[in-house]
Ligand binder design. Sequence first.
Ligand code: SF4
Length: 299
Amino acid sequence: MHYTGTIWRPPYEASSLLLEVTAGCTHHRCKFCTLYADLPFRFRMSPLEDIEADLKEAQEMYRRFTGRAPSRTFLTGANPFVLKYDRLMEIARLIHKYFPGMETIGGFARVTDITLKSDKELEALHGAGYDGLTIGMETADDKALRFMEKGYLAADILEQCRRLEQAGIRYSFFYLTGISGAGNGEAGAEATANLCNRLHPMLIGANMLTVYPDSKLYDEIWKGNWKEESETEKYREVRALVEYLEIPTVFAALGASNAFQMQGVLPEDKGKLLAFLDDVIKNVGEDELRRYREGVHHL
Ligand code: SF4
């Protein structure tokens, strides 16, 4: 299989066929991000011959080792949904050629990738199997989105995700706890919950900000332009997010960036999640949480 650099995928894509169609990120500007720093280029589109060769190899491997074909493909790279409509349709055609029973195709998407497609194209992509995108929205706090140079604002998240919904394409969000900076965590979470309450994400997955020395954010801190939230404030922020969410969705904090992993279905599990977070906030000290943060060597 043609895999380039570290392959990142959400925890819930563990049983999906991972197919490399892009490597790296077209944006590559977010100040906190060091995810694709190990690549010699910012973004690369895989040749169709490589994609087809990988599908052939995967078909053989699944046949030999599991005896059954996967039902879902996860396209790798930071934002494969940026690819042009024709290219995405060609990839779907190839996937179905080697795996006729493939039910859905997902991958990471930036909000700005959706803007590039017309409503008709989104509908056709859904018809070709595209469903269950993972969007790193991070927050709906415009001040934080601007400062971190995410390249879109809260109104864009709302508009583009509504277009996905109209086309029938479901999606999950990644939220970045800590992105609003010291003193702003709970307000950022409230703004994000208010935005999510106007949409229908399948899942909201929270990751917790770890500032790495090779990030632009690290330089901003040293210049005195930004201040990191304490670890306890980050947990108060997660608590606010859960508290203000009113839509039926799954809330998860499962990645290694979270000192405490949790998952629940909202609204049923809201009380349980809040009680768990209250316990962390009350009984786990800043020093212990900070020690955990310092041991997180990568996301
Ligand atoms: S956070 Fe996502 S969009 Fe931003 S630079 Fe990193 S990979 Fe690209």
